[in-house]
Each structure stands twice: as structure tokens, then as C-alpha cells.
Design a protein around this ligand. Sequence first.
Ligand SMILES: [Mg+2]
Length: 169
Amino acid sequence: MRKQLARLLKPKLYVSHIFEVSLEHLTQLGMKGIMVDLDNTLTPWNSEVLAPETIAWLKAAKGYGFKVCMVSNNKGERIDRIASFLEIPFVARANKPLRRAFIRGLEVLDTKPYETVVIGDQVFTDVLGGNRLGMYTILVIPISRIEFVGTRLMRIPERALLSLIRRPD
Ligand SMILES: [Mg+2]
């Protein structure tokens, strides 16, 4: 039971920022698609501010031949604006961790789960959903402490869980 839970809730990789993920490494693992969360992974929550390093990383990912897609539980024109600025497709109102959210992302990417990376800042949406489908999950530290009230609540069990995993420096 414990092992099963760990398999579902533990990310394959845990880094501070998305741009620290080695694209070289993902290529070596045979990954072809990257499904990326928006709030607190690419930008602070409900913000349109993108770090230059993040923009450069996404550009480099495309340069490596990765298909990239943004999958967010959020909604609104902001997502549209960020996606068109980054020139990547997106799925909004995704309802992560539901299976359907990730299947929609996979359809957009046109990749198989085993060759697709999920990058996000939440264990109970991004990591859980990605692991359930057998995707390669990467957890990042949330960009800002400001977030949706529901998310804040889920940080309590998440913190307990993450205390078992070594936090990146
Ligand atoms: Mg997020």
C-alpha cells in the first residue's frame, strides 16, 4: 500500500525551477513531449510574468524537437495570451488530476504517456495525474507563495509528503 502510494505521489525528479530541467537528459530518456503546468510553474499564480530563463528554456525545448503543451486547471484569456506569446498550444479548465485532463494534453501533443513529461508545482494535481498515466513527472518549487485558496489547503498534506523527499537546494 505504501509503495503504491509512493509510486503515485512521488515525482521522478524534483527541481527548484523548470529551467533547471536538463533537456539533454529528457532526450536521453526518450521523451518526446512536455506537458507543462502554468500557475506557479511558468508564471506566478494569475500573473503573466515569465522569467527570461523560462522563455529561453521553452524555446530550447522546441529546438531539441520536443512538442510542448500547456495544461492548466485555470481559465480565462490570460492563458490564451501566454500560450500565444510562447507559441505553444494549451488546454485550459483541464481538471487535473483527472485522467481526462492528461489525455487531452496527450492528444494535443500527439505523444504516448511513456514518452511524455509532466512538469508542475503540485503533487496532488500534476504529479498524481501524470504518474497515474505512467508519464515522467517533474515537480518544481512553486514560483510564488500566492495561490488559489484550494491549492493552499492541499499544500498541507503535500508538505507532509514532501518532507519525505529531499528538497532541491
Ligand atoms: Mg500550478
